[in-house]
Design a protein around this ligand. Structure first.
Ligand SMILES: Cc1cc2nc3c(=O)[nH]c(=O)nc-3n(C[C@H](O)[C@H](O)[C@H](O)COP(=O)(O)OP(=O)(O)OC[C@H]3O[C@@H](n4cnc5c(N)ncnc54)[C@H](O)[C@@H]3O)c2cc1C
Length: 468
């Protein structure tokens, strides 16, 4: 039943959609639609998708505009979908409606003079990284799944392993073409390095998780390719020793591209899962530090400084990966951690604190784990203060203490001056925890902004800010 009582996805609506994009790009067959209904959220917390869904595949902002006008007029929910690698149920259609898949937005234009790339929302992270390299440039950001789409990366303001030096997705975005729920096409920002013209709507769209508009094209900042890079792996006998080294490295003046925290048991499993070998088999915890520099001298001077700081903090001998393939292999195994753990995970928490608070946070996680008798594998972007603690299934199911333990970890994080999401977003699965981290006034203002962009609440309804 539709919001007005009639069949929501009736033949008239399907005909309208076919008129906009052509028959071939409207998918109603159940077997084809199911591929679009899920993302990578752990099954225990993943929302149930509606089965009453039509998938539409536009290839221009104008077509997206027409689709939204039809949907808005008929109050039909619309769900923007990218690579479906999300971890908070953001793209999952929780009500009958229209999935708009961005897979045909594949344009890539590299502007070498301005060090910018203008890309369609359907370009994958892997394709963007390759295109930048072909032009002798560099797109540093590396969230773990290269199948993510650029539109999705912007909609979630993704982070990832290599965010320490240049920041998260928001720091790269210089322009966005977006279609708002009432059908208008906005072109925000551009090939500009600074822009202070009124409220910055572009930065509202970044991280809005498909609730304020559908992103069709993005202009991103690129960097000159770094001539020299090296990856260091430092083993530590305890979580605390490893984590306490991080603020020291950040204060040292070395400017790492990444400081990743991993644990031996899980990283060995990830290597095995990829049929690869992990180069360091000692210590309980390890730091992976990636350095890039224009000169070899400054690169190795930084590496020596970091080795000294790690040793001073209790690490064993560091392993240095210099060859490009070796460094790529280390990043590949690191990025595969979630995929390896996923079948046994209830939820992957995405908590973030000021880097100086990481040691306290890790102690609290240890204490809570002991209190509940729960194994809580942790890894993450320590250089940003962002850790992923995993609450695991017990005998294949969510343990009784699951929600209580999660709430306690969130409360401790917020008490340390942190937030409940550093990079994955709120989506559907974190809405109920929003009030632990935000004041009622903040939530109210966010809902007002949602209403301003989407007066009929058709776009990804109920996600991020929930329902008023
Ligand atoms: C193995 C693995 C590792 C990961 N590592 C990281 C990591 O290190 N850092 C990190 O931040 N994330 C990570 N993620 C999560 C995920 O990759 C990111 O959230 C990514 O940004 C999602 O992009 P997507 O294209 O897959 O989006 P989807 O999952 O398709 O959608 C995500 C959200 O964005 C919205 N959306 C998608 N496209 C558009 C568009 N064009 N316009 C408007 N809204 C849109 C959707 O409605 C949804 O709310 C990882 C995921 C996996 C599976």
């Amino acid at each position: 039943m539709g919001r007005e009582g009639g069949a929501l996805l009736d033949s008239r609506l399907i005909d309208d959609l076919r008129r906009v994009v052509g028959d071939r790009w409207v998918v109603c067959e159940r077997d084809s639609v199911v591929d679009y209904l899920l993302d990578e959220t752990p099954d225990v917390v993943r929302p149930q998708p509606s089965s009453d869904i039509v998938v539409v595949k536009p290839h221009s902002a104008e077509e997206v505009s027409e689709i939204l006008k039809v949907a808005n007029e008929r109050r039909v929910p619309v769900y923007p979908v990218g690579g479906r690698t999300g971890l908070v149920g953001g793209s999952i259609p929780t009500e009958p409606g229209i999935i708009v898949s961005m897979e045909r937005f594949k344009r890539i234009e590299i502007d070498e003079e301005n060090l910018m790339a203008t890309v369609g929302a359907g370009v994958t992270l892997g394709e963007l990284i390759e295109a930048a390299e072909r032009a002798g440039l560099f797109f540093p950001l590396h969230p773990g799944d290269e199948g993510a789409f650029v539109g999705g990366l912007v909609a979630t303001n993704a982070g990832g392993a290599r965010a320490v030096k240049y920041g998260v997705m928001r720091n790269y975005v210089k322009g966005v073409e977006v279609v708002v729920p009432t059908g208008e096409i906005l072109r925000l920002g551009g090939r500009l390095l600074k822009n202070n013209t009124g409220y910055n709507l572009m930065h509202l769209i970044i991280g809005s998780e498909g609730t304020l508009g559908i992103i069709t094209e993005v202009t991103l900042k690129l960097y000159p390719r770094m001539k020299h890079s090296v990856t260091l792996i430092a083993p530590f006998s305890s979580r605390r020793d490893a984590i306490r080294a991080v603020p020291k490295i950040l204060r040292s003046g070395a400017n790492p591209l990444a400081i990743e925290y991993v644990e031996l048991e899980e990283i060995l499993k990830s290597a095995e899962h990829l049929n690869e070998r992990w180069p360091v088999e000692e210590g309980f915890s390890q730091l992976i530090i990636i350095l890039t520099e224009v000169s070899e001298d400054s690169l190795y001077a930084q590496a020596e400084e970091i080795e000294h700081l790690c040793k001073e903090s209790g690490s064993g001998d560091l392993v240095v990966a210099e060859a490009r393939e070796e460094q790529d292999r280390v990043l590949r195994i690191r990025s595969n951690l979630y995929t390896t753990l996923k079948p046994d995970v209830c939820d992957i928490l995405d908590i973030v604190v000021p880097p100086s608070m990481l040691a306290e946070l890790i102690d609290i996680i240890e204490e809570l784990g002991a209190e509940y008798g729960a194994k809580l594998p942790v890894y993450g972007h320590a250089g940003d203060g962002n850790l992923h603690a995993h609450i695991m299934k017990v005998n294949g199911h969510a343990p009784e203490y699951f929600e209580e333990l999660k709430r306690k970890i969130y409360e401790a994080t917020v008490k340390l001056g942190g937030a409940i999401s550093g990079e994955h977003g709120i989506g559907e699965t974190r809405i109920k925890d929003l009030k632990l981290a935000l004041s009622s006034k903040e939530i109210e203002l966010m809902r007002e902004i949602k209403r301003a962009f989407d007066p009929n609440n058709i776009l990804n309804p109920g996600k991020v800010v929930g329902r008023a």
